[in-house]
Design a protein around this ligand. Structure first.
Ligand code: SF4
Ligand code: SF4
Length: 184
């Protein structure tokens, strides 16, 4: 009996406190975005999807080797191309046959983009590529290339972060034989 009285005494203040909280928050502006009717404001460096600039890719395999999830698939073959100048030797170059990323395995760590020495991979903020069939999350070279249109331009450096490197023009014939000095 005493326990029931105690509980009923605590019920009224608790109810009033709950109603006061409801009244306080009822007229506050909401922070919930009504996605998909309202697009979210994404930070400029959002990691949505990875885009491939195939022309820059040399099939060096560095990204595929460093990917912790092993979800990058690259096939290439070598082709012999004519020498750069007359009398030179024919050269060999890698030709990219396949480049695919399986986004059902990717954990968006960005390591592949960081390690690419040839600026062939970029983050795009696009994230609306959910699929009903998980196999469709395997994006092949062509689809990865299409994402390039959504890659934002690189952010400007912060003031003072990097000054332009100026290479002096050789002033005299003697200077021209010396390697140019970079000055800041
Ligand atoms: S973001 Fe990470 S997990 Fe995804 S493909 Fe690149 S290295 Fe692999
Ligand atoms: S690291 Fe860059 S250049 Fe090398 S295979 Fe990957 S995307 Fe191509």
């Amino acid at each position: 009996m005493a326990r029931q009285e105690k509980e009923s005494r605590g019920l009224v203040p608790g109810l009033l406190s709950g109603m006061a909280t409801t009244a306080r928050t009822a007229f506050r502006p909401t922070h919930t975005r009504q996605y998909p009717d309202v697009a979210p404001d994404l930070p400029p460096r959002s990691r949505g999807v990875i885009a491939l600039l195939a022309d820059n890719c040399t099939s060096c395999m560095l990204c595929a080797r460093e990917c912790p999830d092993w979800c990058i698939y690259i096939d290439s073959h070598k082709e012999t191309i004519p020498p750069a100048s007359e009398g030179g030797r024919p050269r060999q170059q890698n030709v990219l046959d396949r480049f695919a990323i399986d986004f059902s395995l990717c954990m968006y760590c960005g390591i592949c983009i960081e390690v690419c020495p040839f600026d062939a991979l970029f983050w795009s903020p696009e994230f609306e590529y959910a699929e009903t069939d998980i196999r469709d999350l395997l994006h092949e070279k062509e689809r990865l290339g299409e994402w390039m249109a959504t890659v934002p331009p690189p952010a400007a450096f912060e003031p003072g972060a990097l000054e332009e490197v100026v290479v002096d023009e050789p002033a005299t014939e003697e200077d021209a034989t010396q390697p140019p000095e970079a000055t800041r």
